[in-house]
Design a binder for this molecule. Structure first.
Ligand code: SF4
Ligand code: SF4
Length: 472
């Protein structure tokens, strides 16, 4: 039976409740009055529940979809302005004991060259990432208690935070590792991680079990309850996501809403971020995906999520093409990766070959970080390397209450400009410098608090003269 506060996965992600909500959506998809009510609620920026989400997912009326896009765009602009936060994934190890049917790292893939970065190699990778201008990383590893134990991950985090190369620094390390114990989550918290990220892949249990036929990941309940253990271990910023296309995306999006409600009801705070990866071709994977999500439907999912959870960041990776990234950024995405490599040791130049042999999936946006920054600026966005909240202790419910009170923008905007200025001084190409200068000159005018504006201008000047790391 559905119980959002239950500790058991099958009760807080209750299959019958999801099916019921999906049925409600299908039955009411032409009910103009119901749809109008949902759109009106979305416009209040107070979020939507899983039944309302189901209704929007079912709706095929292009007029309604256009209205949905309009509202999503307004919410995005109101809460996030034109800012886009940048990050890069860093793959540490592709040893994996699981057999996920969609991933090139699955343990039956004999073609895959297995590799774990040594601490010296991590230094090289991070120096390369710092030289690109990155400040925020997402660590990725396969699951292997012998070849990639928690101690290795902890040591790697310490190494990464300790690297100070020229003006570079990694200021926030998010971690995407397999579901683990409360004790290990506590260790990750103590190591100073930002967000703990774990994708559910699919919430549909039979498909989940089919897609993960062997290994610890086969256990649906252990995986689905991981965020509860993470929060029990003291991690209050968690990032969720479903691998869209493994199963019917409508089921997964509605179930994801139940997961969010569960986290809010039990821990008082929902996810910090939602990732929306779509299934991509991968080396050594022959699975056929009848539920693959077409572009138009994907845009709709992003817009619906933006309306349903206005204060949760939405992340998109380089799995998507530049064109599609542009469209979903407009509709709600707030964080993007740039210049990414999905191979082990893919950033340090001497590992060019290894990059190809060890990639988890194919990327679809091959632009450099500098090109992505230039493109964002020219498209009217403000690229941001801000990591201030985590470093100021604004996490979990403290972050959410500031976000919901609309106060977080007052710090996001100047922080974005100051970190963009750092990027300009240290890493930008001449052409990108020009674009950044235009963006900063324009955006600084929009800082409404005169005192904050004055401090920002002063700090921008100090950055131009060599000082670094200012934040509100
Ligand atoms: Fe291993 Fe993760 Fe790939 Fe599954 S998705 S095979 S757990 S690396
Ligand atoms: Fe994110 Fe906080 Fe920086 Fe805003 S101030 S961009 S919420 S880290």
């Amino acid at each position: 039976m559905y119980n959002s506060k239950s500790p058991h996965a099958e009760e807080f992600i209750c299959h019958e409740e999801v099916m019921d909500a999906l049925e409600y959506g299908v039955k009411n998809k032409d009910n103009k009055e119901e749809i109008q009510k949902v759109l009106e609620q979305a416009a209040t920026m107070k979020g939507l529940n899983h039944r309302q989400v189901s209704l929007l997912l079912a709706c095929e009326d292009q007029e309604v979809i256009n209205k949905l896009y309009e509202i999503a765009e307004q919410i995005k602009l109101h809460i996030y302005g034109r800012r886009i936060v940048l990050f890069a994934p860093l793959y540490l190890s592709n040893y994996c004991v699981n057999a996920c049917r969609y991933c090139a790292y699955h343990n039956k893939n004999c073609e895959m060259q297995r590799k774990q970065l040594s601490q010296e190699e991590i230094v090289k990778e991070v120096v390369a990432l710092q030289d690109m201008g990155h400040k925020r990383l997402a660590l990725e590893t396969g699951e292997d208690p012998v070849n990639c134990p928690i101690e290795y991950v902890l040591e790697s985090i310490k190494t990464i935070y300790g690297i100070k190369h020229k003006n570079g620094a990694i200021r926030r390390v998010n971690v995407n590792i397999a579901a683990t114990t409360v004790e290990n989550y506590r260790k990750l918290k103590e190591a100073g991680i930002g967000t703990y990220i774990l994708f559910q892949e699919t919430y549909h249990k039979p498909t989940y079990e089919y897609m993960h036929p062997k290994g610890p990941k086969h256990n649906y309940a252990y995986h689905t309850e991981a965020m509860d253990r993470a929060m029990e271990g003291g991690i209050d910023d968690v990032g969720i996501g479903a691998l869209l296309g493994l199963y019917d995306h409508k089921y997964d999006v509605v179930a994801m809403m139940l997961h969010i409600k569960h986290l809010e009801d039990v821990h008082g705070v929902g996810p910090h971020t939602i990732s929306v990866p779509r299934i991509r071709p991968a080396e050594g994977v022959e699975e056929v995906y009848p539920h693959a999500v077409p572009d138009e439907e994907f845009k709709k999912i992003v817009a619906i999520l933006r309306c349903a959870v206005p204060y949760t960041g939405i992340i998109i990776s380089t799995r998507e093409s530049p064109q599609l990234r542009a469209e979903v950024i407009r509709l709600g995405v707030s964080q993007v990766s740039g210049g990414s490599s999905t191979g082990i040791g893919g950033y340090a130049k001497e590992n060019e070959e290894q990059r190809e042999d060890t990639a988890q999936f194919e990327v679809n946006d091959h632009r450099t970080l500098d090109q992505v920054i230039g493109w964002l600026c020219e498209s009217g966005y403000v690229p941001s390397f801000c990591t201030a909240c985590y470093r100021e202790g604004r996490t979990g419910d403290r972050f959410m209450s500031l976000a919901k009170a609309g106060q977080i923008c007052n710090v996001c905007q100047p922080n974005a400009l100051m970190t963009l200025k750092e990027y300009r001084e240290d890493y930008a190409s001449p052409q990108t410098k020009e674009s950044i200068d235009r963006v900063i000159a324009e955006e600084v005018k929009h800082i409404s608090n005169e005192k904050v504006k004055a401090i920002t201008l002063e700090n921008l000047d100090k950055i131009a003269h060599g000082e670094r790391d200012f934040r509100f």
